[in-house]
Design a binder for this molecule. Structure first.
Ligand SMILES: C[S@@+](CC[C@H](N)C(=O)[O-])C[C@H]1O[C@@H](n2cnc3c(N)ncnc32)[C@H](O)[C@@H]1O
Length: 266
């Protein structure tokens, strides 16, 4: 990729996903865009940029963003967050709350929301509470995997045995998330850098390992908009690799990677 084309690509990616590609990412971008060139049988990046511009369906833009972004995830990644989620659900239910709304805001291929659903189901079983988990991502191909809920056996290894025994089916190489969880989980495509088509109030939001790809201004904006959707006292959980600075508006720091919406004595 020549540097003019790199700048053009970088602009497109930033405009549509908020993802900031540093100049140091040029080799990575070259490799990943190279895959799109080969798939389309195009000879060079300028042709590719023309193709991208001419495609009014947005399909190639999705392919490009998919190729550029990292979908790495795993079941029970950063396990203390799931312990926290389960404790919060139990606490709210014990306090008499009858509705619980939880959001996995960059759910990738689904390991995160299915892990959350296992914890929530275990915590809230037998409780008279209306709970739902919304799981969204920018990538349609990642969402398709998430929604299928089918994973190679070795990917399911991090699921704690007690939860795997209850919520994962199949003995073969492919294991399937139990039907019992499905009615609680709603999947949808959502771009975090566009206006959020969600109604609050939300009790817990996981927005992990996606803010790192945004520049500082985009990150602040996304966090502020999520904070406005939280119920007073609602939790925002980011990754241990991410920091929101000392005073994100509307939020107070609880502990590393965990913030609470101000405004109530939960
Ligand atoms: C590294 S994965 C994180 C998955 C999971 N949250 C975790 O922590 O394991 C990052 C995900 O962010 C998604 N993503 C990137 N930009 C996005 C945007 N603007 N809006 C929504 N999702 C986005 C990517 O498609 C990718 O699936």
């Amino acid at each position: 990729v020549d540097s003019a084309s790199f700048h053009a690509l970088r602009g497109i990616v930033h405009r549509h996903s908020g993802i900031h590609l540093a100049a140091t990412k040029m080799a990575l971008v070259t490799a990943r865009v190279g895959r799109r060139l080969r798939a389309l049988g195009l000879s060079d990046v300028r042709r590719y940029l023309e193709y991208l511009e001419a495609d009014e369906t947005g399909a190639e833009l999705s392919e490009l963003l998919d190729a550029i972004t990292t979908h790495f995830t795993s079941f029970f990644r950063e396990p203390d967050h799931f312990t926290l989620l389960e404790a919060e659900a139990r606490r709210l239910a014990a306090a008499g709350q009858r509705r619980l709304r939880v959001w996995s805001a960059a759910c990738a291929t689904g390991e995160e929301p299915w892990s959350m659903a296992m914890c929530l189901h275990r915590a809230l079983e037998g409780v008279d509470i209306d709970w739902r988990l919304l799981a969204t991502d920018l990538s349609r191909s990642a969402l398709a995997v998430a929604e299928a809920g089918r994973y190679e056996r070795e990917r399911t290894a991090p699921i704690p045995p007690a939860l795997a025994a209850r919520y994962v089916r199949g003995d073969g190489e492919v294991r399937v998330v139990d039907e019992a969880l499905r009615r609680y989980v709603v999947f949808g495509q959502l771009n975090l850098v566009e206006p959020l088509p969600l109604k609050g109030p939300l009790d817990v939001v996981f927005c992990r390992n996606v803010l790192i790809y945004f520049d500082a201004a985009t990150r602040q904006d996304v966090v502020a908009r999520i904070a406005r959707l939280l119920a007073p006292g609602g939790l925002l959980v980011v990754s241990h690799a991410e920091s929101l600075g000392s005073r994100p508006p509307g939020l107070e720091y609880v502990r590393p990677s965990v913030y609470r919406a101000v405004g109530a004595d939960r």
